[in-house]
Design a binder for this molecule. Sequence first.
Ligand code: A2P
Length: 282
Amino acid sequence: MTSAPAIPNVTLNTGLTTPAIGFGTWPLLNQDATEAVSQALTVGYRFIDTATKYGNETGVGRALAASGIARADLCIQTKLRGADQGALFTPRAIDASLANLGLDYLDLYLIHWPLPMVDLYVDSWQAMIAAQQAGLIRSLGVSNFQISHLERLFEATGVVPAVNQVELHPYFAQSELLAYHAEHGIVTQAWSPLGRSLNGVLDDPAVTAVAAEVGVTPAQAILAWHRARGVVPLPKSSQPARMADNLAALNVTLTPDQVDRISALSRPDGRLNDGPDEHDER
Ligand code: A2P
């Protein structure tokens, strides 16, 4: 295995850290996830993002076990799926994720979607706080939470999430949410940081122009844009050369003007997915 390049960390409100870039695993199923995560670890990633809903925790766990990398050097994050929300099922879901991943603690555990229509995210959060106190989870987070959902968690429990992982790419830059996170000490993580390569953002003239000015690929320009905004991107790739390029984007610095030109691509209808208030996937 090649030695890992140095990856800077970001500090969470728990005082713990995560690497400044992670490896996304959706939509890889178990076998592909084992292969991709093994390659990502070889390339140098140490922060792996998965979710029970992805159906690949077992595959991710196989790659972690085979890697021989010390547990303390890994940062592993998974998510509570909608079907497992609530006081009764959340503790069982945490145990199942630990078993699937072959771990005895999680670095981060996130509520995957708020699902306001079932209204169990506060109950789930309380169960997660108990699991954190029991040593099963180091830091607690959420995913796809809007400001209203975050405020409800604070009011009900007083525990502020360490992270909120949201859809975030140049066509949906989430500037208001980022400002709110900064005010409350919440680290923003980006899913589909490259727009899933579906929405054409990698070919957008503003992105390719910045990439050409800096002498990097469009994907690296976008990942550098995330980093400049204090966001932890979780790019997914099945190709080791792209995994390495994406990791190397940590060394790319954009000027404030270049950051602004990419941010200016954002538009209200830029989401790839339905919004957190509507999303109802269990
Ligand atoms: P592949 O897996 O074939 O590399 P996101 O992380 O925003 O969801 O985007 C993932 C998509 O972007 C995947 O289809 C992935 O394809 C592609 N992708 C990942 N890294 C790069 C890159 N450096 N350049 C171009 N496409 C990339």
